[in-house]
Design a protein. Structure first.
Length: 195
């Protein structure tokens, strides 16, 4: 092969690698994920406007989500009710989220700072220190996505929106919203725009 032919083969290979890298970044992959044997489950569903992914809630979870405690020596023990609606259907918030997990599983330290005991949506917000705890901590513990871009696998786009309310007040801080001691009802709705 001539030197000119080798040059163009090199240019094509580099161009292809750059295109793969750009495509990977656009789809939340690293360049090395493309060549990895580990599969990332991603499918698009045009009708429901969702992307199904196998992923953790966050690449950088709040450190509070890793705190373990029991009911002794609490500086705060508050409650809030969380309701989540996806396209009008209420989602079940399971019992025992944040209790006896891979991280918090020792006698006397079996609960995370935000957890559930039943499937009513009642969140128990507890800490050994009087600290502010954002709702994003609960989603980090639960292992689900939630921020201004969407909830679970559902994303905000041209046809769907995410509305968060506490009582009659619209909240725009999403995962940064601080859970407070008012037995408040927090509603998160992913829905078609204009509903």
């Amino acid at each position: 092969m001539s030197k000119e032919g080798q040059f163009w083969v090199f240019v094509v290979i580099i161009s292809f690698a750059l295109l793969l890298s750009i495509a990977a970044k656009e789809n939340d992959y690293s360049f090395m994920d493309i060549f990895s044997s580990d599969e990332k489950d991603i499918t698009n569903d045009e009708e429901s406007n969702q992307t199904s992914e196998v992923y953790n809630s966050s690449t950088d979870p709040d450190p509070i989500s890793r705190d373990c405690l029991d009911h002794d020596g609490l500086a705060r023990h508050d409650h809030a009710v969380l309701k989540i609606f996806i396209n009008g259907q209420q989602e079940l918030i399971p019992a025992n989220i944040g209790i006896m997990t891979e991280i918090c599983n020792q006698q006397g330290e079996e609960m995370h700072a935000v957890h559930t005991h039943d499937s009513s949506g009642r969140l128990h917000i507890e800490s050994n220190e009087p600290i502010d705890i954002p709702i994003g901590v609960f989603f980090d513990i639960w292992g689900h996505h939630f921020d201004e871009t969407g909830i679970f696998e559902y994303r905000v786009n041209s046809t769907h929106e995410l509305i968060m309310t506490v009582g009659d007040t619209v909240i725009d801080s999403y995962d940064d919203y601080l859970l407070v001691n008012t037995s408040e009802v927090i509603e998160i709705r992913y829905q078609p725009r204009g509903d």
